[in-house]
Write a protein that binds this ligand. Structure first.
Ligand SMILES: Cc1cc2nc3c(=O)[nH]c(=O)nc-3n(C[C@H](O)[C@H](O)[C@H](O)COP(=O)(O)OP(=O)(O)OC[C@H]3O[C@@H](n4cnc5c(N)ncnc54)[C@H](O)[C@@H]3O)c2cc1C
Length: 305
């Protein structure tokens, strides 16, 4: 039996593994895709200490660092976690069982996809899901933002300061973002809001060159020439397999306190899967480090609440 099983191999999980193994906590990391969302970015420029690095390389280095200090790392898609008297038992979809004294849930989240042709092929070649991360790559260019909620309007505002022209394509005939954000957006002279419209397809050779949109009210289509397509239609937490093991909010995020405790003693959570605001690689890494220190305290009996 391990002291700690970390489910998730993104910035939160791998940083927790590094910190836990340096505290001599017997640690096993289980994940289906190592690197998590960070590995999807071919050029991370806002991780302190490294000016520019591919997400895969950053995460591979973090993985090697954790293994160097003794963390064990394995591939597994986890489908259930059960608490018994003195331990937690974890089961993978392949029927393998693991058990540990404590659990860290670092499951991250996934961007909602439009589900249109070429969306996956153009990821990192004009298609983006994170304006905070990728907006600087579109300096002086034309971009389209899809969505009408806070994150879409926020992305359009950010891009209006960087790009030449921004189109905000919203499915509804109104934006659902907060009024203060919408008012700021209306003041931006290089933003055009296109209501009641959906993106149908993406075109280009190596990079995005144009998209086809459909206006729902007139049933007509139009081509928009653009260098980038920011899809800002929200994120999904995929943690339903947890059942009612730990408390979650209405978005499905795991509720944690300052020490990354969940509602169930012995189960901790860190990173994008939790209720913390601002989801970024450095924030998840920091939360992973914090949770490992809190888990150490739990294992040696130091109480924080
Ligand atoms: C395209 C893109 C670009 C980005 N660029 C940047 C950037 O430039 N800078 C920045 O700071 N942030 C960026 N972000 C955000 C950043 O990547 C995330 O905030 C960060 O990766 C979250 O880390 P995490 O460890 O909490 O979760 P994730 O990275 O989502 O990792 C979750 C891990 O859990 C595993 N997992 C989930 N469910 C299970 C299960 N049932 N069984 C086993 N394993 C499971 C996954 O396989 C994965 O290993 C970007 C995000 C995206 C989508």
């Amino acid at each position: 039996m391990d002291d700690l099983i970390i489910v998730g191999g993104g910035p939160a999980g791998l940083t927790a593994a590094l910190y836990a193994s340096r505290r001599a906590i017997k640690t096993l990391v289980l994940a289906k895709n190592y690197g998590g969302q960070a590995a999807l970015n071919s050029n991370i420029e806002n991780y302190p200490g490294v000016e520019s690095i591919s997400g895969i390389e950053l995460m591979l280095t973090a993985r090697n660092q954790a293994e160097k200090f003794g963390a064990k790392i394995a591939d597994a898609d986890i489908e259930s976690i059960i608490k018994t008297e003195s331990r937690f038992t974890i089961k993978s979809t392949r029927g393998k069982e693991y058990s540990a004294k404590s659990i860290l849930l670092a499951l991250g989240r996934v961007s909602r996809k439009l589900g249109i042709p070429n969306e996956a092929e153009f990821l990192g070649k004009g298609v983006a899901y994170c304006a905070t991360c990728d907006a600087p790559l579109f300096f002086g260019k034309n971009v389209v933002v899809v969505g009408g909620n806070n994150s879409a309007v926020d992305a359009a505002l950010l891009l209006s300061k960087i790009a030449k022209q921004v189109y905000l394509v919203a499915r509804r005939d109104t934006l659902t973002a907060e009024a203060v954000l919408i008012n700021s957006l209306r003041l931006a002279s290089n933003v055009k809001i296109i209501y009641s419209t959906v993106v149908e397809s993406i075109h280009g050779h190596d990079f995005v060159e144009n998209i086809t949109v459909k206006h729902l009210d007139t049933e007509t289509t139009e081509e928009i020439i653009t260098d980038g397509l920011f899809i800002e239609i929200g994120y999904e937490v995929k943690a339903d397999f947890l059942g009612d093991l730990v408390e979650r909010n209405e978005k499905g995020e795991i509720i944690i306190d300052d020490y990354n405790h969940t509602s169930l003693p012995g189960v901790f959570a860190a990173g994008d899967v939790t209720t913390i605001p601002f989801k970024q690689a450095i924030i998840s890494a920091g939360e992973g480090a914090k949770s490992a220190l809190a888990i150490y305290d739990y294992l040696v009996g130091v109480k924080h609440n």
